[in-house]
Design a protein around this ligand. Structure first.
Ligand SMILES: [Zn+2]
Length: 261
């Protein structure tokens, strides 16, 4: 059990807008879910949310906090030039690569309200395959032709790389950072998490199948195309919203409710 109050961060509830507060609660949940689903890398990746009523500001983890420690009041608020607008009263600060990757997205994509980056074993392994993510399973067909790729040029510490990240992402919601990890972008935290959950499961299944050293049952292209079209956001429903309240209840059951403060 983790009550999330190890750092005793004073609550900002009532001091920020209702829209910002909701984004903070969703973002804190997303960090905890990322850990619960085995997608965290201690302190080394980042998930962010744009402040809905301050589009030039986004919320990001304080570098040094574990994902399971995140609370709604424990985020940095950062502008698109890297200035910290507000922060909790402790020494953890802004991670330069986190700023570069996430500000690249918010500068280029007005529709992006959340972004999630992971270094899972499966995501890193697929990122190191020339073939990238293949449409081998029902889950993976959703991403066929919907994944961008960005070559590794060293850790993303130079703000000049933001233009290249944005150009490579284009209008996609999912990107493989080659030889690095996975990145998803969504119109909400819930949808960014769902894109990442699907990408992660697809990568895990692809690696498991490819590791069997037996011929793969490759789907006919027409079947892949049909499945991809059916999985487009909005064809059936926007993925990630239906289950979000249930996922937050799952966090409450595991961690208590102090993370919501
Ligand atoms: Zn990374």
């Amino acid at each position: 059990m983790n009550d999330g109050m190890g750092l005793a961060i004073p609550s900002l509830r009532g001091q920020v807008s209702a829209a910002e507060w909701q984004a903070r609660v969703d973002l804190a949940a997303c960090y905890r879910l990322c850990e619960m689903f085995g997608m965290s890398d201690m302190i080394y990746t980042h998930i962010s949310a744009r402040v809905p009523d301050e589009p030039g500001h986004f919320l990001l983890n304080c570098h040094g906090m574990l994902f399971g420690e995140m609370t709604a009041s424990g985020f940095l608020k950062v502008d698109l030039d890297g200035n910290v607008v507000s922060k909790p009263a402790f020494d953890y600060g802004l991670h330069p690569a986190g700023f570069v990757i996430h500000s690249a997205i918010y500068r280029a994509r007005p529709d992006a309200m959340a972004a999630m980056h992971t270094h899972t074993i499966a995501g890193m392994a697929v990122s190191a395959l020339k073939c990238g993510l293949l449409p081998l399973t029902q889950t993976a067909t959703r991403f066929h032709g919907r994944v961008a790729y960005h070559d590794f040029n060293g850790p993303e510490r130079d703000p000049a790389e933001r233009d290249l990240i944005a150009r490579n992402l284009g209008q996609h919601h999912c990107m493989v950072l080659r030889n690095h990890g996975l990145l998803t972008v969504g119109p909400s935290v819930a949808e960014a998490f769902n894109f990442m959950y699907g990408m992660e499961r697809s990568c895990q299944a692809q690696l498991a199948a490819m590791a069997c050293r037996t011929p793969l049952n490759v789907l006919p292209q027409a079947v892949v195309d049909k499945a991809t079209a059916l999985y487009e956001p909005g064809v059936i429903r926007p993925y990630g919203l239906l289950e979000w309240a249930g996922l937050l209840r799952m966090v409450d059951r595991r961690d208590g409710t102090a993370w919501r403060l």
